[in-house]
Design a protein around this ligand. Structure first.
Ligand SMILES: [Fe+2]
Ligand SMILES: [Fe+2]
Length: 162
């Protein structure tokens, strides 16, 4: 049973939080795979710098996955093992756009997750997520710069997505 708080943030159960964090974890696995592959297959002088950045992103995404898995375990859940699907392409711009779309989705999801963690009084979780969201925003900045565009807004999860 969910209740609305005065801020409009839904209070979710521990079980619901475990389910949401496991979806976040599947997104982190997806990011590890995408950055691992894209950093190696991006070709062309114009993409040398960003290819190096993507290797660093891969390592950071692994740290995110470990942190999220730790929180799932702390909450009494079993961390997920399957990644969300990874888009493949031979086109550098398409690869960078796919990464950027995933980061936008991730930032939107973590914004909501931080609010939900705060509403539950799970402040260590919200602190962990805040640390992760700082790096996800840095990833968005790197990708946007490589694409020569302004950082687009985060994609909020659809209403009713828990
Ligand atoms: Fe991440
Ligand atoms: Fe990221």
């Amino acid at each position: 049973m969910k209740t609305e708080t005065t801020t409009g943030t839904q209070t979710i159960t521990r079980k619901e939080m475990i389910g949401l964090l496991n979806e976040d974890l599947a997104g982190e696995y997806q990011a590890i795979i995408a950055y691992t592959v894209y950093s190696q297959v991006l070709k062309g002088a114009a993409y040398t710098d960003i290819a190096g950045e993507l290797e660093l992103h891969a390592a950071e995404e692994l740290q995110h996955a470990i942190k999220i898995a730790k929180q799932v375990d702390y909450l009494g859940g079993m961390p997920a093992v399957a990644p969300k699907p990874v888009k493949t392409s031979n086109d550098p711009v398409e690869m960078l756009r796919a990464d950027l779309e995933n980061e936008r989705t991730t930032v939107g999801r973590y914004r909501e997750r931080i609010r939900q963690a705060e509403a539950m009084g799970e402040f260590a979780l919200s602190e962990t997520l805040r640390g992760i969201i700082i790096q996800e925003q840095d990833h968005e900045i790197d990708l946007s710069a490589a694409l020569g565009i302004a950082v687009p807004p985060a994609i909020s999860p659809p209403v009713g997505d828990k």
